[in-house]
Design a protein around this ligand. Structure first.
Ligand SMILES: [Zn+2]
Length: 159
């Protein structure tokens, strides 16, 4: 038996103003994308913005449905949209922000487990780390890779 340990390194910024300009802009686009959310059931509006290696930024938001499981998170809406619109483009970074009752959340809203799994596969396909920028009114956290959020991701289809 061995005991093992994982360390996750990430940066914490007191506000989005401290971020490098490129990430600041991406986070702002994620905040703006909360405006297109369709969230009549949760009233929790999430926006995501993905920077591609071709310079494009793809934005999306959560889309809910009366049949709850049929809705989709902002992060997966964004990465599937990017994958469909720009096949082969590498996803370099994703910014995520959320608003509740019209105000940016005080603490970061991290991608859910299902979104982490979807994002990590695009990260693997791209062959480059996808920076994850999670914003809030209280602080902004930056992870150098989706794998930092999901170190034990599923990819074993061969058994
Ligand atoms: Zn999700």
């Amino acid at each position: 038996m061995q005991n093992k340990q994982l360390n996750i390194c990430y940066q914490v910024y007191q506000s989005g103003d401290e971020l490098p300009a490129e990430w600041q802009s991406l986070l702002q686009k994620a905040v703006e994308a909360t405006g297109s959310a369709y969230a009549p059931y949760s009233n929790f509006r999430v926006g995501a913005a993905i920077l591609l290696d071709n310079g494009e930024v793809v934005c999306a938001s959560n889309q809910e449905n009366a049949a709850y499981p049929s809705g989709l998170c902002a992060e997966r809406s964004a990465c599937y949209y990017a994958g469909a619109a720009y096949p082969g483009a590498k996803m370099l970074a994703i910014a995520v922000a959320a608003c509740h009752e019209g105000k940016l959340t005080e603490t970061p809203t991290y991608p859910c487990g299902a979104c982490r799994q979807a994002l990590v596969e695009y990260e693997e396909r791209g062959g480059v780390p996808m920076t994850v920028i999670v914003g809030s009114a209280g602080r902004v956290e930056v992870f150098g890779s989706v794998k930092a959020l999901l170190p034990f991701y599923f990819d074993n289809l061969e058994g």
